[in-house]
Design a protein around this ligand. Structure first.
Ligand SMILES: [Zn+2]
Length: 83
């Protein structure tokens, strides 16, 4: 199973955030999936599609990014399932 292609932004529960890491410079930021889903073109995006549309926010970089789920509260079983 590939969670990136099976999960939509709107499937992600409250309290979970997306970790957005630049593939070029390594800059990391966090996005609220529900907030991302409000953006034009991202409403029904799967995570791989959102990943393709997001870019690094660092000034002058604009590199492609990698998405990862980040839990506010650790749930060991679920994290283990993703590994
Ligand atoms: Zn960057």
């Amino acid at each position: 199973m590939n969670w990136r292609t099976e999960l939509q932004l709107t499937d992600i529960g409250e309290g979970e955030r997306l970790e957005v890491t630049c593939r070029i410079c390594g800059h990391t930021r966090y996005e609220d999936p529900q907030e991302l889903a409000q953006r034009p073109g991202l409403e029904f995006s799967y995570l791989d599609e959102a990943e393709a549309q997001l870019i690094c926010h660092r000034r002058g970089c604009r590199g492609a990014v990698r998405l990862a789920l980040s839990m506010e509260t650790e749930t060991e079983g679920f994290i283990g399932g993703l590994a």
